[in-house]
Design a protein around this ligand. Sequence first.
Ligand code: T1G
Length: 681
Amino acid sequence: MYELHGTIAVITLNHPPVNSLGAALRQHLAAAVRQAESDPAITGIVLVGHAKAFSAGADVSEFGTPLQRVEPMIGQLLAQIEACQKPVVAALSGVALGGGLELALACHGRVALETAKLGLPEINLGLIPGAGGTQRLPRLAGLATALTMIQSGAPQTGQQLAESGLLDQVVADDLLSAALQRAADLASLGAPFPKACDRSLDPEQVQQFVREQAAKLTPRQRLQHAYAAQLEALSAAAGDWQAGLRRERELFLQLQSSSQSQALRYQFFAEREAGKLPLAWQAEPRTVHTVAIIGAGTMGAGIAICALDAGLRVILLEQDDAALKRGQQRVTEHYQNRVQAGKMKATMAAAAEARLLPSTDWAQLAAADLVIEAVFEDLAVKHEVFRKIDAHARPGAVLATNTSYLDVDAIASATQRPQDVLGLHFFSPANVMKLLEVVRGRQTSADVLATGMALGKKLRKLPVLTGNAFGFIGNRIYNAYRRQCEFMLEDGAWPEDVDGALQAFGLAMGPFAVADLSGLDIAWRMRKAQAATRDPRERYVAILDQLCEQGRLGRKTGAGYYTYTEVRQVKTTDATVRDLITQASARRGIPRRALTAPEIQRRALLAMVNEAALLLSEGVASRASDIDVVLVQGYGFPRWEGGPVFWARQQDRAALTQDLHTLAAQAGHGFVLADLSVLLD
Ligand code: T1G
């Protein structure tokens, strides 16, 4: 849209929902700027977006398609604006991200709302800013601010950037008036208008800064090509302007065609897709204003914090005053810590806590629109709790269990209203982990499912629909992966070999370090419960059980797979563990041999891929990409590898199939070999 305010042309970016700079918007902007520049009555130009977005940057769906090369490409559009013979001012509201912020950087002036969010999140897509951001931002805001924004990908508000040199003015409201005034002021000052490229950086200072920052890259950042590329682009900002732009473009195009960026862009859309119920299940969610949480332990308190942060009223129910007090204390301490860390205003924290109603009175449940049970992971206990919920919750309330393994249908059978029951599997710590598995029971009604998904979004989670099968999606895959890693111990690897190989692949932690951290007794208790029904023909690795029998329960007892001093994990396993493993190999009749890191990685990934295919075939997962979202968000799978399904799709299919048959043979009885075509076709 193009309208006149006196002698200033106001050009509105209007490409819902977030003004992504697709071909159509780029062409509209170029034409509108040309029209204003050639109109003698016009003395200045203001670009505006809308409340939600100035612009969310390049249209990610165009990458790698001909649309991306439709002129003007973003760089050409920005060059046109920067060279405009009339001052162009960006009025920043909502988000200005990626190419959206770069568009503003190419303008001659920038005015922002205090609440505007300015960022260069390209790193989340395995990219660097590709339209001058690495060249203009350090010149306007300095090297440190520029690298912080580019490396973290996190937006900063107009208020936070008020003194950065990036913005001419930051206002609380009436953004347009301020922008019009800025354009008029620049017009009266006359050409040439201020440009980022008018400023230069001290080459020595830049090189020194880049060297220091390169040394600080973490191991996981070093695995991702874009982090080094950011520093290379910043380094180029010390030199000739055009050469710097060319170098940035080269680096950007290299990254864009890389598998890491393709994987990250895949995840960007997969996450958004995961939050949409399949057509067959779409329904209007029920309204939720008040949530009741049964159980104020770590999980219950964490869920309560999520709900309070989302503005909901929360009834927190415990069985006795002492347990309730401990739960309340968890919530209070959380808010105190956030206020002390400057991450939350005291007034906001007080308002959140004011919405908390701690109680031991089950009758309070009548006020809840949705009830979440977060009690001990035992079916009998959950049955008892759901009988009480059924007796006290109002008709139409949604009843959710936070179980991570138990049968949601079995839990629902304790009520008279199984159609109102679903699983909401939060991941610990619940107020930090974004993943939420929304479990559909056999009788769960569509609007209850929709309510679970909507609540997930309200709590700023990533809700993923799953069927009611043992372990749902995440734990089912994790169990298969961990079982394969235990096989590798018998085949010849030590725990540190497996953990090291998987961390080298990009996993946050290997399976044995994870087991020690969470406590081996959790798995041990489950294994003992399953022992009676376990098929003796199946390959079962008893090393974990033997460790537990020796009191080695993991980090909390100073020893598990590894031993621990007060401050750290001893990286190599001790003689006790190695003897246990060697004896296990001997009992199995396996001559031990060293496994290479690539072999360990491939076997672990194959186990995940096989289980992913089974989950899809069984209808537990409704989309292949949902599985990748779960593994990345809940289990530390490297996002830049896309997930096990994305990884499988990059492999040679014949080799993948052949290696999976080998895996099945090594696993022996009970291993269900999946048909990979459900994932790969
Ligand atoms: N391109 C295409 N579609 C986008 C998009 C984008 N940049 N941003 C959002 N969408 C779609 C999204 O898929 C969803 O679609 C809808 O908008 C609402 O999004 C040259 C190369 C802006 C903070 O990385 O962070 O610029 O599912 O559900 O929670 O150097 O979207 O409804 O069909 O996320 O309110 C850099 C990515 C691009 C910003 C809004 N920019 N977007 O969050 O809604 S690379 C980004 C976001 C670049 C330059 C480089 C968020 C948001 P649908 P949503 P939201």
